[in-house]
Design a protein around this ligand. Structure first.
Ligand SMILES: C[S@@+](CC[C@H](N)C(=O)[O-])C[C@H]1O[C@@H](n2cnc3c(N)ncnc32)[C@H](O)[C@@H]1O
Length: 314
């Protein structure tokens, strides 16, 4: 099923950056503000390190389950993402955060020359098995083991929302793309992304406390709206930045979707699946209750899904 709606919602942030030049100058001469920024920077740095550590542990052992379940919904973004990155025959593409290889497979089908990379060794192995003809690297953003300008384009489907330091990650992705090449990144768009929000609502309905080691939110969350997402790319030096909104319906068996999310994600799984069986059952009942308005009468649920694609020229 193709996404139903695709809209350009925001683009030119270059002027805004130029105007912001004065603000930057003011901060540079104000000692107190700078000192405060350093302290804030340490806190942000520490949060990034902790978030990355949580993500590494969270994705371990999930490649098969992810490929079976969650990849069905993330796959809806792949075509528009590759279009935004202008991927076609002969284009050298980097698929960063490749997971089990859905984006790489689609790029390969377009005749592109594909390199894939992921932070999770199991995902690297899964993509290498699925697509024996491509180069697959183990790489953890914000560091990529590639030369400056090595690719014509770089894509990351639902990866930037998993990194501890999104600005550093986008700068690094931009670095490995040649001048004039393309970068396209996607993220979920909340609260329209009902297909996963229903799990948070079920957790809230039961009053489940979040385990202490599970991050409250991703560092990317502050960029997960059209304008901030565009600004994130523009700040990394990308030009002609635009953000598209994709909306579609995720038609799924409720029990299969429950299993897919509890076995194939990092954060939601950590909040629910670690509880005792009775508590998990209460969350599942709450989930089924929340799904009632979306049931189609044939045992399936028809859940609204939404994502943003931000793209720009290097
Ligand atoms: C939601 S999955 C998306 C997978 C794939 N792009 C897709 O479309 O299905 C996120 C992927 O990003 C990878 N990832 C998370 N943090 C990363 C990082 N810092 N650097 C590289 N990959 C990362 C995870 O291992 C996982 O495979």
């Amino acid at each position: 099923m193709e996404p139903e709606t695709e809209k350009a919602v925001e683009c030119d942030v270059t002027d805004q950056k130029a105007v912001n030049g004065d603000v930057t100058d003011q901060k540079a001469v104000d000692g107190d503000v700078t000192a405060q920024k350093v302290v804030e920077g340490d806190v942000a740095g520490q949060q990034a390190v902790e978030f990355d550590a949580f993500e590494r542990a969270g994705w371990r052992g999930r490649s098969e389950a992810y490929g079976r379940g969650v990849a069905q919904i993330t796959g809806q973004i792949v075509g528009p993402l590759l279009d935004a990155a202008q991927v076609g025959a002969g284009i050298r593409v980097l698929d960063i955060g490749c997971g089990p290889g859905g984006v790489s497979a689609a790029a390969l089908a377009r005749g592109a020359v594909v390199t894939a990379a992921d932070a999770e060794p199991e995902m690297v192995a899964a993509t290498a098995r699925r697509l024996p003809g491509i180069w697959v690297e183990h790489a953890i953003l914000p560091v990529l083991p590639f030369e400056d300008g090595e690719f014509d384009t770089a894509v990351g489907n639902l990866v930037i929302n998993h990194v501890g330091d999104p600005p550093a990650a986008v700068r690094e992705i931009r670095r490995v793309v040649r001048t004039g090449g393309r970068v396209a990144l996607s993220c979920w768009f909340y609260p329209a992304m009902r297909a996963t929000v229903v799990f948070d609502e079920a957790v809230a309905l039961v009053g489940l406390p979040r385990p202490a080691d599970v991050p409250q939110t991703a560092p990317f969350q502050v960029y997960a709206q059209p304008e901030p997402f565009a600004e994130l790319l523009a700040s990394a030096g990308l030009t002609q930045v635009r953000v598209e909104l994709l909306e579609w319906r995720h038609r799924v068996d409720p029990d299969a979707w429950w299993t897919a999310i509890l076995t194939g994600t990092a954060r939601t799984a950590a909040v629910i699946a670690r509880q005792n069986p009775a508590t998990i059952e209460r969350v599942k009942e709450a989930y089924h209750e929340i799904l009632i308005p979306y049931l189609t009468g044939d045992g399936h649920a028809d859940l609204p899904a939404a994502a943003l694609i931000a793209s720009g020229t290097a």
